[in-house]
Design a protein around this ligand. Structure first.
Ligand code: C2O
Ligand code: CU
Length: 498
């Protein structure tokens, strides 16, 4: 494969915009890496049924401090759901939080009724009460299509797509950043026969890693800078415009955790769940060449492995990687760095080698069938310009997000080329489809663009071309920047499948 070669990005800028915690930061590499629990389905016929309660809970994230989180089943991250391809999954969510919520399965090829359109609210007793009391929550539900009576809601996922690391998170209009920051995020893994037949590391050596950054108040509360009330854009302080970045790095909800590993290969499903932070992941003491082997992208396995020195991963992207600890010895410690960060955000977690084992896993040269979409098949080309509007937020094609107006009416099954143009860095995410990156600034795709993706990183003054086949049910979907503060400040657009 190719070797990833990164240009220096905005690590320094990132740390400039970082929020400082008000408490003493804990020592790193003490907490053990938690692995979110896999949720047990109630199986009925050909469908897996799950139930999730969205509740407040208290979690000890900083040792000695109690942090109130909002969690799926009261945990942050939420439980992991594991689905099998072509087996429908229905997840019924009940909202017991003080605000309306919206559930989106990120990366899912989901029909409109279950995709989590930002105004398809799942209300709660408390949020309805607030509305009856005439609070400004009512304004948030001004969309006539919003159903204000749901206390629970069944989201149906066909799961006809290939094996991939998906994740679910809140998607409420204007408040996604604040809600995800409080903990509303979890993994949803999709497996299939071809993927499970590969000799890749599996079982306890197949580990999802949800990396995110947070800041904490002196009492242990999560510290989020916007005025987190039922207010529209004027309530968002200008300081949060570039995005919200904390000074504490969490992996699966634990700060700078330690993971014990054996002298074997591990498959890690790395998710950047930060609101805004771009991560540059690298090992401090690599012993293999290359140190990082990428096997999968957002929407599934790659055709063939790709080698990296360093992994640049923007918010919401997933990179499946294999790290090989077989050249280390028991007692060795390997630190996963974020080379774009400085100080507390320059380190992510640590691996400690504890046992020598014989490893029978391997990385096949051929992983999956990834058929390139030929340029000759493109039926239409559209250009979307992502840029800063003014102090009120961010634009796509000079417009703020408007739920009811469509930026593109795409015929079902059409193959289209979409060009994302930007003057700043934005992780651009399209719902419903997976796409292939075909060009960057007129040249070839970059080192992190391989495979099927649902989020492409447009890294400042760039022009990125992607192609997709718009297979799915007619209806409305969205595309948006996955810097959650940009998204909440309107960098989002509705498109329709017609
Ligand atoms: Cu990860 Cu539109 O979302
Ligand atoms: Cu953005």
């Amino acid at each position: 494969g190719k070797t990833g070669n990164t240009k220096p990005l905005d690590g320094l800028t990132d740390n400039l915009h970082q929020i400082a915690s008000d408490l003493t930061l804990p020592r790193p590499f003490i907490a053990r890496l938690p692995v979110p629990q896999v949720l047990v389905p109630r199986r009925v016929g050909n469908t897996d049924h799950y139930h999730i309660r969205q509740t407040r809970a208290v979690q000890e994230i900083i040792p000695g401090h109690q942090t109130e989180i909002w969690g799926y089943n009261g945990t942050f991250p939420g439980p992991t759901i594991v689905s099998k391809r072509n087996r429908r999954t229905v997840v019924t969510h009940t909202n017991e939080l003080p605000v309306p919520t919206v559930v989106h399965l990120h990366g899912g090829h989901t029909p409109p009724h279950s995709d989590g359109f930002p105004t398809d609210y799942l209300t709660s007793d408390e949020s309805i009460q607030a509305m009856r009391n005439g609070s400004s929550a009512a304004q948030m539900m001004a969309d006539p299509k919003a159903d204000v009576r749901h206390l629970s809601r069944a989201y149906t996922y066909p799961m006809e797509q290939p094996a991939a690391t998906l994740w679910y998170h809140d998607h409420r209009m204007d408040f996604t950043g604040a809600s995800v920051y409080r903990g509303l995020a979890g993994f949803h893994l999709l497996r299939d026969e071809q993927e499970m037949a590969l000799p890749l590391p599996s079982g306890s050596r197949d580990v999802p890693l949800m990396i995110c950054d947070r800041a904490f108040a002196s009492d242990g509360a999560l510290k989020y800078p916007s005025v987190d009330s039922h207010m529209r854009k004027p309530g968002v302080e200008d300081a949060s415009l570039p995005g919200v970045m904390g000074d504490v790095i969490l992996v699966n909800g634990a700060c700078w955790p330690l993971m014990e590993v054996q002298t074997a290969r591990y498959r890690f499903r790395v998710l950047n769940a930060c609101n805004s932070r771009i991560l540059h992941l690298a090992l401090d003491s690599p012993r293999t060449t290359p140190p990082i082997v990428q096997i999968g992208s957002d929407a599934g396995l790659l055709a063939a492995p790709v080698s990296h020195q360093e992994l640049v991963i923007a918010p919401s992207q997933r990179f499946e990687i294999v790290l090989d600890f077989s050249a280390y010895h028991p007692g060795d410690e390997i630190t996963l760095l974020n080379t774009a960060g400085a100080g507390s955000t320059g380190v992510v977690m640590r691996f400690r080698v504890t046992g020598k084992v014989t490893d029978t896993s391997s990385i096949p040269d051929k992983l999956a069938d990834v058929e390139p979409i030929p340029a000759s098949k493109v039926q239409r080309h559209r250009v979307f310009d992502f840029h800063r509007a003014d102090e009120r937020g961010w634009w796509i094609n000079n417009e703020f997000f408007a739920p009811t107006s469509s930026i593109a009416d795409v015929p079902r099954e059409a193959i289209e080329k979409w060009t994302f143009v930007s003057d700043y860095h934005h992780p651009v995410h399209v719902h419903l489809v997976s796409f292939q990156v075909v060009a960057r600034n007129g040249g070839p795709p970059g080192p992190y663009d391989a495979g099927w993706k649902d989020t492409v990183f447009v890294n400042g003054a760039e022009r990125v071309d992607v192609v997709a086949r718009f297979h799915g049910e007619a209806g409305r979907y969205i595309m948006h920047c996955h810097n959650l503060e940009h998204e909440d400040m309107s960098m989002m657009a509705t498109f329709k499948l017609i």
